[in-house]
Design a protein around this ligand. Structure first.
Ligand code: C2E
Ligand code: MG
Ligand code: MG
Length: 861
């Protein structure tokens, strides 16, 4: 045994140097050569051990280090060599001290003993544990290890650096305000399950306190700590008595989670321990932040990838190709979509090579666009045709978007091409349907207008265009009498003939009904226009067999030329129309060139038409009466009512001027009714005044004859005036009879039946023969004055009049000669058996007030 005083001195010296001494003496009396340890100084200071057996001594060594310490003791005893090792000494229930030990056997020859000197290296090792933990964690994080793996390193260091036996765990604060364990490998699993996802705002535990305050928080004794009320039992069940929680703060101070150490004894961390944990929490912050950033980036990448997949799917679904080019719109890298679609190799499409796959007609426009894209960076759209790998062209709709880098410089152009061929075809079909007449297949008015507008822009200098309007003659009659099916077949044949007769560059369109328009180029001006018109008329006039019936078509044509000082592009059709109506008025089957005078006339006519619509309301019509003289006794036996229009500015307008307009507009029916009522009243009034019963003739237009209301209107007029039915005579024209519809036929019979007399006016100007008239209940025939005109005053003419008169008489009809102007004519008539005469020779048409005096005078003389 060493001397105590020496020992004490030595111990003191050692202690002052921070060292402790152990003394191990071999007690041979003990079996198995076990050493008795006499730990003198150490026993006094650290573990309060006195002399004790080696086994007992080892119990004060950390269980993990026990074997190693026992081994070192054995080696030193047997070899006498110096040994060095480190181990943890259990200071009390929860504290541990890390010591570094140097030992050797004593030099005393009789004393088999060992002499160890230990040094407390706890603080040093703690710092090392922290540094090492941080380093490992950062290395793992940089290497991309999973977060939990990284955090395990930190909790391990937290445990290692602690002077006590602690279990460390890390929780993450999620966006929902809940704390979730991310590393709790050293905690019991049911404790973890109980605390996991606790609400940091309301749920207890030291961790939620540190989250709320953003500062380290200590529960010295979980058993009495109010913050643990909820989870206390669970903690105590596992012997967890104290909890020290330190928040993990981001660089901006935001709490991201906590690192917590659970101790099995009620204790607070030393300031060194707390510092260590704070360092680890800072490292955890770095790691968690990095993990967050990684996860955010990953999320963005995943979203982008998903978007790209979706976009690609969409692009595929819309039949689109995606491409990208350099800022100069050059292809610089392979474009799989484009190459697959066009069959071009990358080399072929490189640079501007891709333009080779664009339809030559569309290329100039696209090249201009590309040129512009090199300097103006804005979104573009264009439609053009692209040649497919199989050589077919497809209509594509392209869009291009400039892509800029972070500095706002253009990086590339990118865009897509969508196949719109189907849409184009539908559009084309729709356009064709909208611009063509379904019956004849000819272009329609819309097409014609478009065509004219385009044509006038491209017409070469010193070349003229002819615009011709063709209207078939009497087509309406054909349609009415033969039916629409017949009319349609006829129109198709005429359309075909016109198309055939025209040079290929010229256009024929159908405006509707029986109206066609020809737009032709005139190589040598107006003369070629006439030639072409004659050719077309000849082509039309070829007789045709329609549904088994022979038909002789004819047409009226109006033409105008372009350019022409009197005609603007908008007026072309209008002028051709005016000229066509001139041809029609002149009897049809012919052509007319438009002239400025025609336009004036037509304008006047239009102005007149407007006024005419209001003339009735404004009471501007008046009736004049022309007497009819009975040739037997030379006295007036009747009067013809002739309408005049007392126009506010033009004065008295002749019926020859406005009746055709009234007929064309349908106004004639209203006007005709007014004439009937007014004339019946006038004549009844005259009879009352002069006592002579005269026959009243009223002219009835063919248009009125088509109205089934005419008969009732006539009866109403007679009734209203109190005039006897047999005193009224209606003058019908031959054309009115020839337009022999069922209605007019029926009407004439009804009129005859009520006793109204019927006369044929202007007989001899049309084609109706007397025999034709036999089918109608005609009472009077009025011979047109052209029969009696001076040139017709030959004997032949007289014979003709005599023949007609006799024939009429034989059919029970009276004959009236119209337009008798001179006595010579009258004498001639007297030699025939003509019944009455009417004309300027006797009296011009006159107002009612003059008529009474005229009749009285005439009867008196
Ligand atoms: P119209 O029924 O044949 O009438 C005879 C026309 O010959 C009248 O012309 C009359 O003034 C004219 N006239 C009579 N005697 C002579 C003569 O000796 N020499 C010449 N050169 N002419 C003579 P107006 O009044 O200008 O009427 C023209 C036509 O207008 C009429 O021909 C008739 O068809 C139509 N018209 C007149 N009034 C009416 C009417 O109320 N309703 C309808 N629908 N037509 C009417
Ligand atoms: Mg008449
Ligand atoms: Mg007449």
């Amino acid at each position: 045994m060493a001397q105590p005083d020496l020992q004490s001195r030595l111990a003191f010296t050692l202690r002052s140097a921070g060292l402790l001494e152990w003394y191990v003496e071999l007690d041979d009396s003990l079996s198995d050569g076990q050493a008795t340890v006499a730990v003198v100084t150490h026993a006094l200071d650290a573990c309060a051990l006195g002399s004790t057996s080696l086994t007992e001594f080892l119990e004060h060594i950390h269980p993990d280090d026990r074997d190693s310490v026992a081994e070192h003791v054995a080696i030193t005893l047997s070899t006498g060599d110096e040994v060095r090792f480190e181990c943890r000494v259990l200071v009390d229930e929860s504290s541990v001290q890390m010591v570094s030990v140097t030992g050797r056997s004593t030099a005393h020859p009789e004393l088999r003993a060992l002499h160890f000197i230990s040094q407390d290296v706890t603080d040093c090792r703690r710092s090392e544990a922290i540094a090492e933990g941080q380093m490992r964690a950062l290395e793992l994080a940089v290497a991309g290890a999973p977060l939990t793996e990284v955090l395990v390193e930190l909790t391990r260091s937290a445990q290692k650096q602690s002077a006590r036996t602690v279990s460390a765990a890390i929780m993450r604060l999620d966006e929902d305000g809940r704390l979730r364990f991310v590393e709790a490998s050293s905690l019991p699993s049911d404790f973890v399950a109980a605390l996991n996802a606790m609400d940091a705002g309301s749920d207890g535990t030291t961790c939620s306190v540190s989250v709320r305050t953003g500062k380290p928080s200590v529960a010295l004794d979980i058993g009495g700590d109010p913050s643990w009320a909820r989870h206390r039992d669970k903690a105590l069940e596992h012997g967890l008595r104290a909890c020290w929680s330190t928040p993990i703060l981001s660089h901006s101070g935001e709490v991201m989670g906590t690192i917590a150490c659970y101790s099995s004894v009620c204790a607070a961390p030393s300031s060194l321990e707390q510092q260590g944990i704070t360092l680890l929490a800072n490292t955890a912050a770095l790691v968690v932040q990095r993990d967050r950033a990684n996860r955010a980036r990953l999320e963005v990448e995943q979203k982008m990838a998903a978007n790209e997949r979706r976009f690609k799917g969409l692009v595929k679904a819309t039949n689109s190709l995606v491409w990208s080019t350099s800022p100069l719109v050059d292809i610089v890298e392979s474009q799989p979509d484009w190459n697959e679609f066009t069959g071009q190799t990358f080399e072929q499409s490189r640079g501007k090579g891709w333009l080779e796959a664009v339809h030559p007609e569309d290329r100039p426009e696209l090249e201009a666009l590309v040129e512009e894209m090199r300097s103006v960076f804005a979104n573009r759209r264009a439609e053009y045709r692209v040649r497919q790998a199989d050589g077919q062209y497809r209509h594509m709709s392209g869009h291009a978007v400039p892509i800029f880098d972070d500095h706002g410089n253009i990086k590339e152009w990118s865009g897509g091409l969508t196949d719109i061929t189907d849409r184009k075809q539908v559009e084309h079909r729709l356009h064709h349907m909208a611009t063509h007449d379904p019956l004849t297949g000819l272009p329609n008015r819309i097409y014609l207008n478009e065509h004219l507008r385009e044509l006038v822009n491209f017409i070469p200098e010193n070349q003229q265009l002819m615009i011709m309007l063709i209207d078939l003659d009497r087509f309406k009659e054909v349609n009415d009498s033969m039916g629409h099916g017949y009319g349609d077949v006829l129109l198709v044949q005429i359309a075909h003939r016109l198309r055939e007769a025209l040079p290929s560059g010229d256009l024929v369109a159908r405006l509707g009904g029986d109206e066609f328009v020809v737009v032709a180029h005139l190589p040598d001006g107006a003369r070629s226009a006439e030639r072409l018109a004659s050719d077309l008329l000849r082509a039309i006039q070829v007789p045709c067999d329609v549904l088994g019936t022979r038909y002789y078509p004819s047409a009226s044509m109006g033409m105008c030329l372009y350019p022409d000082p009197d005609t603007s592009i908008d007026e072309l059709l209008q002028h051709a129309d005016i000229a066509m109506y001139r041809a029609k008025y002149a009897g049809g089957t012919g052509m007319r060139f438009f002239s400025a005078e025609m336009s004036i006339e037509s304008k006047n006519r239009m102005a007149l038409e407007l006024d005419l619509r209001e003339a009735l309301e404004r009471d501007e019509f008046v009736l004049h009466y022309q007497p009819r003289i009975c040739l037997d006794d030379d006295i007036p036996c009747g009067v013809e009512a002739l309408i005049r229009w007392n126009h506010p500015t033009k004065g008295l307008v002749s019926p020859a001027e406005f009746i055709p307009i009234a007929e064309a507009t349908g106004l004639i029916c209203k006007i005709g009714n007014w004439v009937l009522h007014q004339a019946c009243q006038d004549i009844q009034q005259l009879t009352a005044r002069i006592g002579t019963e005269l026959t009243l003739s009223v002219n009835v237009s063919p248009v009125q004859l088509k109205s089934p209301m005419l008969c009732s209107e006539v009866s109403r007029a007679l009734q209203a005036a109190g005039l006897d039915t047999h005193r009224l005579e209606l003058e019908l024209t031959e054309s009115g009879l020839i337009e022999d519809t069922d209605t007019s036929h029926q009407l004439l019979r009804s009129l005859g039946a009520i006793g109204v007399r019927l006369a044929i006016d202007d007989f001899g100007t049309g084609y109706a023969g007397i025999a034709y008239l036999r089918q109608y209940p005609i009472d009077v025939v009025k011979l047109d004055r052209t029969f009696l005109c001076p040139t017709a005053k030959s004997d032949n003419c007289l014979d003709f009049i005599k023949a007609v008169t006799e024939m009429c008489h034989s059919l029970g009809m009276r004959v009236v000669a119209e337009g008798v102007e001179d006595a010579d004519m009258l004498r001639q008539l007297m030699r025939s058996t003509c019944d009455e005469a009417q004309g300027y020779l006797f009296a011009k048409p006159m107002p009612l007030d003059k008529l009474g005096d005229y009749i009285i005078d005439r009867r008196a003389s």
